[in-house]
Design a protein around this ligand. Structure first.
Ligand code: CTP
Ligand code: MG
Length: 254
């Protein structure tokens, strides 16, 4: 059993698809900003220190939210998520020192999206426990419900596409966060990721950077509640779930 667990909560995005005149992580869900919910959720699951990546334009607002909480530090994010995560990771040694928690090569580090602010404790604990059990890279994921097809464009301006193949749905997983890594793996993958970016290769998740190194990534059960709040519809669904917890208890408990 590891003595400490750290997390980077990425909250530096603008939320262009949600379309509010403020960063998505500051948008309130039932009166509480998404970033506040995400940080509290990950804390309850046993995380000792959290680095929040905030939009550089709104650093003060984020610092205000977490004022007086020594286990949370706010740093400026970058222009893409991968840069934000890297900035967050660089802050972890300082945070560990400040709060007097051990950080070694195998210390679990979670990377979590503020936009997945309803992730249940169970899904987070599963990732932490798999890391403590010795796995170096662990991601929560869910089965996909729609049949999946591979398509290609028919013409440059057409909205019609042509099906060129299908994939076996049983083998597919929709990947969520928190993605967890041993500290050494997280840093090595992200250092390599900077090289990839410099060569024009952009991957959409942190585990992809570990896969690019040719190393194993393992999967734990995700949760429907870990949906990423992306559009107004997602906010409507999340608001409904929180408004009637009795009706959705099975989802909230899982
Ligand atoms: N994120 C970040 N730094 C960036 C971009 C995104 O820390 N430069 C964070 C977001 O704040 C979010 C998570 O990464 O918590 C996942 O990104 P996404 O859901 O795409 O959020 P946004 O980029 O803010 O939304 P959009 O793509 O609609 O603009
Ligand atoms: Mg985005």
């Amino acid at each position: 059993m590891s003595s400490s667990v750290f997390a980077v909560v990425t909250a530096a995005g603008s939320g262009s698809r949600l379309g509010y005149d403020m960063p998505k992580a500051l948008v309130q869900l039932a009166g509480v900003p998404l970033v506040r919910r995400a940080v509290d959720g990950i804390r309850v699951a046993g995380v000792d220190g959290v680095v929040v990546t905030a939009p550089p334009t709104h650093l003060g607002k984020f610092e205000q939210i977490f004022a007086g909480e020594p286990d949370v530090v706010v740093v400026p994010g970058g222009s893409i998520r991968q840069d934000s995560v890297y900035n967050g990771l660089l802050e972890i040694p300082r945070l560990a020192k400040r709060i007097g928690k051990e950080l070694d090569e195998r210390t679990p580090v979670l990377i979590h999206d503020a936009a997945r602010c309803l992730t249940p404790k169970r899904a987070i604990r599963d990732v932490i426990e798999a890391l403590e059990g010795g796995l170096k890279a662990v991601i929560p994921a869910v089965r996909v419900t729609d049949t999946q097809k591979v398509v290609e464009p028919v013409g440059a301006s057409s909205k019609i596409e042509r099906v060129i193949g299908q994939v076996d749905r049983a083998q597919l997983r929709g990947v969520q966060t928190p993605q967890g890594f041993h500290w050494e793996t997280a840093m090595r993958a992200h250092e390599a990721g900077r090289e990839l970016l410099a060569n024009g290769v952009e991957l959409t998740d942190d585990a992809g950077l570990v896969e690019a190194l040719g190393e194993d990534v393992h999967v734990t059960p995700g949760s429907a509640l870990s949906m990423k709040i992306t559009t107004k519809l997602d906010l409507v669904v999340a608001t409904e779930i929180l408004a009637r917890p009795d009706q959705y208890q099975s989802l909230l408990d899982e």
